[in-house]
Design a protein around this ligand. Structure first.
Ligand code: CP
Ligand code: NVA
Length: 303
């Protein structure tokens, strides 16, 4: 394993397989009430520049269940806010804790932490990627379909950070992804080129119906990611026909399942009916953040 987990492609196919096997095992052990104190005495510092519910809870609870400790740090309360440099923060923190999880506006912020930290750095979401979300999503697809190989996935909406990680994940999983976005909201060009050059199956289309046609998994996310709030009015207009609703679901395979990283905005990117309906896997997906990240923490931090 590389020192850091900043992109989903920081692990290879084999490492992903091992990590997910460990995640499924940790989930089984947890359900059976078996303790697994694999990181006793270790501390994960979690630096948040943005809001979080799932990432904060799942990393903190995960460290606790592994016998370690998690330290919540609001970036706005740290000396960084007053101009301390990332390289100094990273080196000082490396003398106290075993790992750093960072949720930042800019992907380059996380890369800079990783450059100077002597401990593993985990991307807890940036403007470019959300690799921890993909670990949970892949785990959820494996659980439901038995495998990810050749499973057709449709992404509907904004070509954002989660979409970018999904596209890169095609390289590791055999997932076949079709992305439907309005013009100007496509996933990052570099990401699409990279995935394709490494053998990933990625198709970009405009119409949601075209993307979900015969798809087995439909994925969506907010139209207004953290940092995009200033474009709210424009985005609400542009994305209007990109709602995952029962009408759109009729174009997918009848056995299709729906994923959403959450938080959801019912009535915008997804309807209440689809969120609460029998095809939704969103709660398993949210739960799997915990198990997948525990496996990641064990792989990165275990001595
Ligand atoms: N999916 C996800 O990362 O959720 P939070 O923003 O609540 O952490
Ligand atoms: N794309 C969303 C994901 C939130 C978990 C955002 O960046 O705000």
């Amino acid at each position: 394993m590389k020192k850091d987990f900043i992109s989903i492609l920081d692990i290879d196919e084999q490492e992903l397989e091992q990590l997910l096997n460990e995640a499924h095992e940790l989930k089984r052990q947890k359900k059976a009430g078996t303790k697994h104190l694999l990181l006793a005495g270790q501390t994960l510092a979690m630096i948040f520049e943005k809001s979080s519910t799932r990432t904060h809870i799942s990393f903190e609870v995960g460290m606790n269940q592994l016998g370690g400790h998690a330290l919540f740090l609001n970036a706005g309360d740290m000396q960084i806010r007053r101009g301390e440099e990332i390289r100094d923060t990273a080196r000082a923190a490396s003398r106290y804790v075993s790992g750093l999880m960072i949720r930042a506006y800019k992907h380059s912020t996380i890369e800079e932490y990783a450059k100077y930290a002597t401990i593993p750095v985990i991307n807890g979401l940036s403007d470019l990627e959300h690799p921890c979300q993909l670990l949970a999503d892949i785990m959820t697809i494996q659980e439901h379909f038995g495998s990810t190989k050749d499973i057709r996935v449709a992404w509907v909406g904004d070509g954002n950070n989660v979409c970018n990680s999904l596209i890169l994940a095609t390289v590791l999983t055999g997932l076949r992804v079709t992305v439907a976005t309005p013009e100007g909201y496509e996933p990052a060009g570099d990401v699409v080129r990279k995935a394709r050059s490494l053998g990933g199956d990625v198709t970009l289309v405009r119409e949601p119906e075209q993307a979900v046609k015969d798809a087995e998994v439909i994925v969506t996310d907010t139209w207004i990611s953290m940092g995009d709030e200033g474009e709210k009015e424009e985005r609400m207009r542009v994305f209007r026909k990109y709602t995952v609703d029962t009408q759109l679901m009729k174009h997918a395979s009848p056995d299709a399942r729906v994923l959403h990283c959450l938080p959801a905005h019912r009535g915008e990117e997804i309807t209440d009916e689809v969120m609460e309906g029998g095809q939704s896997l969103v709660w398993d997906e949210a739960e799997n953040r915990l198990h997948a990240q525990k496996a990641l923490l064990v792989r990165l931090l275990k001595k």
